[in-house]
Design a protein. Sequence first.
Length: 144
Amino acid sequence: MLMRTDPFREMDRIVQQLSGTSGTWSKPSVMPMDAYRQGEEYVIAFDLPGVSTDAIDIDVERNMLTVKAERRPTGKGDGVQMELSERPLGVFSRQVMLADTLDTERIEADYDAGVLTLRIPIAERAKPRKISIGRTDGHKQISS
């Protein structure tokens, strides 16, 4: 039901982690995600620890789901000297191509404990259904 749009993004993510570079709006970092089917819906979970909800943007155009988020530096105040800074800052983005069998009009989003969870129902037209067979009688009635 889901399709990755860029197979090299994982390599970019690893290089950015090793080099310590942050994502920008023109070249965002990749956010890790899980995707799975649970009953009659698809669930996609994105790791976004330390990101406030007002810094998350979710967009669906046709069947392309785009999630962008920005982790901003926290104000440390005067007299604070950073000794170590390993938590990546900047812009994170992920695009996922959704299948036609998903109902993109009814996506639900929740954000809890640094995880953005999207629930996408399976469209009614894609669910299995039983087709009844009509009975036709091969005899014609003659009316007088």
